[in-house]
Design a binder for this molecule. Structure first.
Ligand code: ATP
Ligand code: MG
Length: 403
C-alpha cells in the first residue's frame, strides 16, 4: 500500500551554508542505498525533508532496511499516496488506511491535516474534525487524544495526497561524505568494526587497513575481516581495504627486541604503516578500537607510547566503553557474529607471557634501534606490496596491488 517514504533529518544538526552540503550528501547516500533494490525511485528534497517515491511496484521491506542504515536520517515514514478525488473519497481512504495498518484498534489518535495548497476546499481544522469523527464512528474502540496521542495520522494535501502515521527510527548521525576521510585499523575482533561504524556515523568516508601474517594467520582470518568491512560498508558506503603482509616485520621484531615489549613495538609499527597508507590515500586521521584498560596494550601508558609514532590524530571512539557496551553495539550493527568466529589474530601469535603494561617510551625507542635500517625497508615493502580491495556490501573487488 505504501508508494513513498518521507525522510526526516535533524535540522538542528545543520546550520547556514552547511545545509545544502548536508542535504545533497543525504540525497546521494539515499540513492546509493537503494541502487540494488527492486524498483525505480525518485529521490528529491522539499523544505526540511527528503522524499523517496517509487515509480510502480518495489521491494518495500528491502528499501526500508536500506534506508534505516543511511546516516543522517532521524526517521522514516512510509507514505500512502493518493490522487485527489474529493473529500469523501479521501475520508474513505483514511478509514481503510487505519483498518489495514492497525489490526488492533485500541489506541488514541490525533488527526493532523495540512494543506500545502490552499485551494483545497476544506480547511485543515475542519478536515481533522470531520475525518476524526468518521474514524470514531467506524472504529468505536479508538479514542481521540490531542495532547499525547499514540498515533498521529498525518494527511498532507499537495498535488497528490499523502497519508502517513508510522515512524521508523533512522540511523542518526551525518551523511557519509560530509565529515572527511579516515583510516581504520580493522582487525577481526569485536571492537574495531564498532569503532569504524561510529566514525562513519559522523559522515566520515572510511579506508581500512588489516595486518595479516600468513602462514600464521589463515585466509579464513583474512576473509573474516573482508566480511566485517562488508558489513560496516552497508552503513558507511564503499570501504577501501588495504591488506598488509606483516609477517616479516613481526618475525624480525621477535628476533631483535625483548619479548615483553613485542606487542607494543608491533603496535607502533602498525600505526606507522597505517599512517603512511593514510597519507597516500588522503585520509586525515586514524581510527582504532582501543578502550582504556581492556588489555595490557591499552593502558594509558601503552596508548601513549603507541600514539607517539603518529603525527595524525588517532580517534578511539570506544575509549570509555565497557566491553559489554561494545558487544551490544556490535550486535546492533550486525558485526558481532562474524567477530566471534574463532580465527587467529596476528597480534596474539607471538604474545609474551608477561607483556609490559607500563612501557617506558625511552626504553622502547632504544630497543627499536636494534631494528636498524632493515626495518625501514621492510615497512616500505609492506606498504608498497599491500593488496587493495574495494568493499561495497557484497560487492568485493581486488582493485590492485601497488608495487
Ligand atoms: P579488536 O576487537 O578491534 O580486535 P582488541 O580488543 O582485540 O580489538 P587489540 O588486539 O589490542 O585489541 O587491538 C587494538 C586495536 O588495534 C584494534 O581495535 C584495531 O583497531 C587495531 N588492530 C589490532 N590488530 C589489528 C590487525 N591485525 N589489523 C589491523 N588493525 C589491528
Ligand atoms: Mg584484536
Amino acid at each position: 500500500m505504501f508508494q513513498a517514504f518521507l525522510i526526516k533529518y535533524a535540522e538542528i544538526a545543520i546550520k547556514g551554508k552547511n545545509r545544502n552540503i548536508f542535504e545533497d550528501a543525504l540525497l546521494k547516500q539515499i540513492r546509493r542505498s537503494l541502487k540494488d533494490i527492486d524498483g525505480s525511485f525518485n529521490v528529491f528534497k522539499t523544505r526540511g525533508r527528503v522524499h523517496v517515491e517509487a515509480d510502480g511496484p518495489f521491494d518495500y521491506d528491502g528499501a526500508l532496511e536500506k534506508l534505516q542504515k543511511v546516516f543522517g536520517i532521524t526517521s522514516i515514514c512510509p507514505v500512502k499516496v493518493l490522487e485527489d478525488e474529493g473529500f469523501e473519497k479521501l475520508t474513505d481512504e483514511i478509514i481503510s488506511y487505519v483498518d489495514e495498518v492497525y489490526a488492533d484498534k485500541n489506541f488514541s489518535f490525533k488527526m493532523h491535516a495540512r494543506r500545502a495548497r490552499k485551494d483545497y476546499p476544506i480547511e485543515s481544522m475542519d478536515m481533522n474534525a470531520r475525518v476524526g469523527e468518521k474514524l470514531l464512528e467506524k472504529f468505536p474502540t479508538l479514542t481521540v487524544d490531542v495532547h499525547d496521542p499514540e498515533v498521529m495520522i498525518n494527511v498532507e494535501i499537495r498535488e497528490k495526497i499523502f497519508i502517513y502515521s508510522i515512524i521508523y527510527p533512522g540511523a542518526g548521525g551525518m551523511p557519509i561524505g560530509t565529515g572527511g576521510k579516515a583510516m581504520v585499523l580493522l582487525s577481526g575482533g569485536i571492537d574495531s568494526p564498532v569503532a569504524a561504524h561510529m566514525i562513519a556515523k559522523r559522515g566520515v568516508v572510511l579506508n581500512a587497513v588489516y595486518f595479516h601474517a600468513p602462514p600464521y594467520t589463515s585466509d579464513r582470518a583474512r576473509q573474516k575481516v573482508v566480511d566485517l568491512a562488508s558489513q560496516v560498508s552497508n552503513y558507511a558506503g564503499a570501504i577501501w581495504l588495504h591488506v598488509v603482509n606483516f609477517t616479516e616485520i613481526q618475525k624480525y621484531i621477535y628476533e631483535k627486541c625483548p619479548h615483553e615489549e613485542l606487542t607494543i613495538i608491533m603496535r607502533r609499527y602498525m600505526m606507522r604503516i597505517a599512517e603512511q597508507i593514510a597519507e597516500k590515500t588522503d585520509c586525515q586521521a586514524l581510527v582504532t578500537g582501543e578502550s582504556i584498560g581492556q588489555v595490557a596494550s591499552q593502558t594509558i601508558s601503552s596508548l601513549t607510547v603507541t600514539n607517539e609514532v603518529c603525527s595524525m590524530p588517532v580517534f578511539r571512539p570506544l575509549i570509555g566503553f565497557d566491553k559489554q557496551e561494545i558487544i551490544e553495539r556490535a550486535e546492533k550493527i550486525g558485526t558481532f557474529e562474524t567477530s566471534i568466529l574463532p580465527f587467529e589474530d596476528c597480534c596474539t601469535i607471538w604474545v609474551a607471557k608477561h607483556p609490559v603494561t607500563h612501557p617506558d617510551a625511552k626504553r622502547i625507542r632504544r630497543h627499536e634501534l636494534f631494528l636498524n635500517d632493515e626495518i625501514d625497508r621492510m615497512v616500505a615493502d609492506a606498504v608498497e606490496g599491500r593488496i587493495i580491495m574495494k568493499v561495497d556490501g557484497d560487492d568485493v573487488k581486488t582493485v590492485g596491488v601497488e608495487i
